[in-house]
Design a protein around this ligand. Structure first.
Ligand code: NIG
Ligand code: FE
Length: 390
């Protein structure tokens, strides 16, 4: 059993909370890795002996980011749609069908290469856990292969057959919902941990969403919902009612939505990359936090509404545009994402957790928001293994 001591850490963010300190910050700390797990955390002067040493040179060390919402299995891009939006066109989600066409036409190897590229991109920016959704296949075979490919890269794969009603079912949405709940779910479930529905005007209404999520639950999948992105609606409250791990977007919320979330174990996952890339008003993170709701931040990486894999960008946007404190944003991008995926082995650095962490080129976590757009991730360890520096 080989051991690695990360020492000379100026600021260690553990997320092992103490009263008044949700980030569980330790100064002058060291951390021992054994067998891919954190074996010890404490003051550097008490550090145990180890086979190898990694000198953090006084920098900040944080848990790896947990990106709990990403759509990485697709083909093509929609740069022209983005340019049109920046010239004043609104975002409606209508471009999803363009990506569905390109995805269906792509080979397995082409899809795999895209997931590998985006996964690598995310990892170089500090992401060590990433949820990956299907949702651009929308046939039984294309959803199943999307999830098979996603599962090569992530334990947290999500069946999103209910992303939009595909063109061939446009005049018979009930039949498409029947397909999703029946043969598509049966083919998807062996490769998925979660089920998700885009519950929105123009996508799936509350009755369809309920039927699909209930079907997923009966097949053993956990529930997540794309809710209240483009306007107010019933998605958030339905998610809470069904015990969803997370409701995602939460851009347009009523008082009743906030109250429902505050009294529940459902995480509100905010995706500021989507508001950035669709030039939309940001969600009111302050209102959620002040009501006691658990908030996560994620990228929503997808070729339409948010083509970024950068959790540091999301942190900077959350702080600058959504009035989160830097500490709240860092927590939401690490421990919050872990809550949204109902995982206790990631997003935290304490004995027994996965040794997933990053060393910054900076003395504290504040720099992630303070130095926007700067590549501050010096080194990433995933399962205790140093990843190639860039
Ligand atoms: O989360 N809102 C639905 N799905 C994606 C966008 C997908 C697309 O535009 O291709 C989202 O923003
Ligand atoms: Fe999404």
């Amino acid at each position: 059993m080989s051991s690695l001591l990360v020492d000379n850490i100026g600021e260690l963010v553990t997320n092992d909370a103490r009263p008044g300190d949700p980030l569980g910050v330790r100064r002058d700390a060291a951390l021992l890795v054994e067998d891919g797990e954190v074996a010890w955390v404490g003051p550097a002067r008490y550090a145990p002996a180890a086979d190898r040493r990694l000198d953090a040179q006084g920098a900040a060390v944080l848990p790896g980011f947990v990106d709990s919402h990403a759509h990485l299995v697709f083909a093509g891009d929609r740069a022209a749609e983005f340019a049109a939006r920046m010239a004043g066109e609104p975002y409606t989600g209508g471009g999803i069908r363009t990506t569905v066409g390109a995805t269906r036409a792509a080979s397995d190897d082409q899809l795999r290469a895209t997931v590998r590229r985006l996964h690598g991109e995310a990892m170089r920016q500090g992401t060590t856990t990433i949820e990956i959704k299907s949702g651009y296949g929308l046939t039984v075979a294309d959803e199943a292969r999307s999830l098979r490919i996603a599962a090569e890269f992530s334990e947290d794969t999500t069946f999103l057959g209910a992303h939009v009603v595909p063109a061939e079912y446009a005049d018979r949405p009930d039949d498409y919902v029947g397909l999703v709940c029946g043969p598509m779910l049966a083919a998807a479930a062996p490769h998925a941990r979660w089920i998700d529905v885009f519950c929105e005007r123009g996508a799936f209404d509350v009755d369809h969403t309920r039927a699909i999520l209930a079907g997923g639950q009966a097949a053993g999948l956990g529930v997540r919902v794309h809710a209240n992105q483009l306007g107010p609606g019933p998605g958030v409250r339905l998610g809470v009612e069904l015990g969803a791990a997370s409701v995602d977007h939460c851009t347009h919320l009523t008082g009743a939505d906030v109250d429902a979330l505050a009294g529940s174990a459902t995480v509100a996952t905010l995706l500021p990359g989507a508001e950035f890339s669709t030039r939309s008003p940001y969600p009111d993170a302050r209102r959620l936090l002040d009501a006691g709701v658990t908030v996560a931040l994620a990228t929503d990486c997808n070729p339409g509404s948010s083509y970024t894999s950068s959790m540091p960008l999301c942190i900077a946007l959350a702080v600058r545009e959504m009035r989160m404190t830097p500490a709240e944003a860092v927590w939401a991008a690490t421990a919050g994402g872990a809550r949204a995926l109902r995982r206790d082995d990631v997003g935290v650095l304490r004995r027994g957790a996965r040794a997933d962490l990053m060393i910054l080129d900076a003395p504290s976590h504040l720099h992630l928001a303070y130095r926007p757009g700067v590549p501050l991730i010096r080194q990433v360890l995933h399962n205790g293994v140093p990843q190639c520096p860039h």
